[in-house]
Design a protein around this ligand. Structure first.
Ligand code: PMP
Length: 328
């Protein structure tokens, strides 16, 4: 769907998948004015296709657009685009009951031709879809995490709360550093003090303190440079319902490492649309490493994962009306 100042959002179309034709002076190619979202759709037991809280993705897409000085796509158009594409391409939706889903990637780019540094006067909203297999085909496995102290992801006043391509461009070098240390994921600290845990490259972090009856689930508060994850927001609700005490507060890297070493922290997990929940196994950093719990997925991690994936697949009650039917 293209946008310009005269026509607003106009002439939406669904076309066969293929290359986008861009002028070499398109502003997105020079100044990175680009935002995106990521969400999944699942076939439900009744044969309909539903997505998890896409209204929240639509709202975050608008706020990302506002931060990047782009035109805001109305929520109705965002949601209608998901329905439209899945209606045309229904064959991509995997059967209900399995681990597969359809990953939906809405994005928007600045298409005005010009080399001056200013907001573009033209945008293009695009939606593509891809089949997504099971994130953990052989069963849930803890990931090793690189606690990064050489780079940060986002600073206060920057674009950390927006889902823009530039944030991920800046994460590629730290990600390569993590891989070189045998870690699948990077955990970032705040840019001001290099002390407070922010999030991972594409997931928010949770800590479980204690075990048995008195469990406290802690996640870093939204600092102003963390992406407000929709999975994070949902897990705060579900953890409370499971009887956990739930706290959003600052947690330092020292508290993380010392808590795992002493056993005060029994579980660490990360959450996001792609993996839903992934347990953290070992945390590595420039000065050593520490194993979380016994290196096995913990009970709170697995209960939350089970509950959330069942809500998404329509096999647990959707008591918060989080599921949104896209195609009947
Ligand atoms: N943080 C970052 C940096 C991310 O890219 C993502 C994935 N969108 C998340 C957190 C998790 O967000 P969500 O639960 O909405 O997928």
């Amino acid at each position: 769907i293209p946008w310009n100042a005269e026509q607003g959002w106009h002439t939406p179309s669904v076309v066969p998948y293929g290359p986008l034709l861009l002028d070499p002076a398109s502003m997105v190619l020079h100044y990175g004015q680009e935002i995106f979202e990521g969400l999944k759709a699942y076939q439900q037991p009744d044969g309909s296709v539903a997505s998890f809280r896409p209204d929240a993705n639509a709202a975050r897409f608008r706020s990302s657009a506002a931060r990047l000085a782009m035109a805001e796509l109305p929520d109705e158009l965002f949601l209608a685009s998901l329905t439209e594409l899945l209606t045309v391409d229904r064959a991509w939706v995997p059967p209900a009951g399995g681990e597969e889903s359809v990953y939906l990637r809405p994005f928007m780019l600045a298409t005005e031709v010009g080399l001056g540094v200013r907001p573009s006067a033209e945008y293009l909203y695009v939606l593509i879809a891809s089949p997504a297999g099971a994130y953990f085909p052989g069963g849930v496995q803890p990931v090793d995490v690189w606690l990064c102290t050489d780079y940060t992801r986002a600073a206060l006043g920057g674009t950390g709360t927006a889902k823009c391509g530039g944030n991920y461009a800046a994460s590629l070098l730290p990600q390569a550093q993590a891989s070189a240390h045998g870690c699948a994921q990077v955990a970032y600290l705040d840019a001001a003090e290099h002390r407070w845990v922010e999030e991972m490259g594409g997931m928010n972090l949770f800590y479980v303190f204690g075990s048995g009856e008195s469990v406290e689930v802690v996640t870093p508060e939204l600092s102003g440079s963390i992406l407000p994850g929709i999975t994070r927001d949902s897990l705060l609700v579900l953890a409370k319902e499971l009887g956990c005490q739930v706290t959003e507060r600052r947690i330092s890297a020292d508290e993380w490492l010392a808590g795992c070493a002493s056993g005060a922290i029994s579980e660490v997990f990360a959450c996001g649309t792609a993996a839903v929940i992934t347990p953290v196994g070992t945390v590595k950093h420039n000065d050593g490493e520490v194993v979380v719990g016994g290196g096995e997925p913990g009970p709170i991690t697995m209960r939350l994962r089970d509950l959330l994936t069942r809500i998404q697949r329509g096999t647990a009650p959707d008591t918060h009306s989080w599921m949104h039917t896209l195609v009947r």
